[in-house]
Design a protein. Sequence first.
Length: 468
Amino acid sequence: MLVGAVTAVIAIVGVFFSYNANTGLPFVPTYKVNAELPSGASLVRGNEVRIAGVRVGVVKSVEPKQLDTGESIANLDLALDKSVQPIPVDSKIVVRQRSAIGLKYLLLTPGKSDEGLKAGGTIPLSQAVPETVDNDDYFNMFTPPVRRAIQDDLAEYGGMFAARGGDINEILGQLPPLLKVAQPVARNLASDKTDLDGFIRGLSQAAAEVAPVAETQADMFVALDTTFTALANVARPYIQDSITEGYQTQLVTQKEAPRIRPFLYAQARFMRAFLPGAKALGASAPIVNSSFDVGIPVLLSSPQLNDQLAPTARSLRQFGLSTPVNNGLDTLLQTNGILKPLLKHVAPAQTICNYLALVLRNAQSLSSTGNDTGNFVRSVAVFPPAQLNGEGVPAASPANGPFGLNHLHYNPYPNTAAPGQNEFECEAGNIADENYAIGQTVIGNVPGNQGTITEDQSAQQLKWGGNN
């Protein structure tokens, strides 16, 4: 019973020590310090404290602490081994991941200060290294479908690398020359002038734009597979030869491009100038099309016309070189210069007032009646009333006399729509609107616009039943 009791006590003590092993053995002196972190970062009581990978203590407790600014931080109570006492006051701390399942530990990096941190001292928040992104945090930012897809990718990658250790070793053996050449490339990529960060952001924006058409792109890759399958049949020697000759083509292009550039600039200016014409051509295309339909028969008969054009042109040339012809043309030009003012003045009298037709009609009417021996010339004397003063008779009374109708009316140059006159008035021979101005002496043009209806035009309109 005594042996059994001793054995039970030893077992209980062993279990107790085992249970508290992560928090330090009892009765072992420790070096206690405090530390401040922006976040607990999933640290729990019993997590290890390490220096250069060696365990030097444990986390006794993790509690929240509120600063005067209202910000909340994590306050850690650390129990370190006496062997590291004292640590420099400028030592830094950071939370690191211990395993893939999320176990953490606190990494303590001693500083270079000669002053040591006293027991019970605190490593301030300013000496906490900025929070790092752990694998679990990285994968947690993806949605569950994406995380499952990543798991599938890792499984496929594992199958890809399985049983290929020799090939991977061969690749690693060939990497040093490549890395030597890649070093300046990496240096350029790391330079601020390269703006690799901006390039990555641009790729991110491009990916965001492409995401809505992912299914369309997938269909495109299926179609590309069909296309590349067809291209595989002509890859050798046709595509291979085109690639081989492509180098020489690029050299020629580099040499000729400066010469072609002015032509391209001129072509661009031409196309900009041609754009309005192209738009107009689109609207007039049906008319142009119909003109082609009409023009084809004409062009078929044009050879016969062309055969006659050469002798005709020679005759015209001889005609143009003839001195009498040139003299005649000069005389015709002079005559045209003389007649132009006269015709300009006389033409409206016929085109607007129809005076030439009126004169010829009146001339014809002089001999319109007669007998078997000949025609008679008719004449009628028209005298104004005795109380009026008119042309061709003595004055019946003083002008502007006591009688209201005794006023002189005389218009020696009536308006005939000639230049300088009203182009819409024909006074001579106008019987429609030229009224006698009672009680007024009128010398010259009759007041108002008498219109363009002359005696002959009025008679024709009455005959045709028209109205003006």
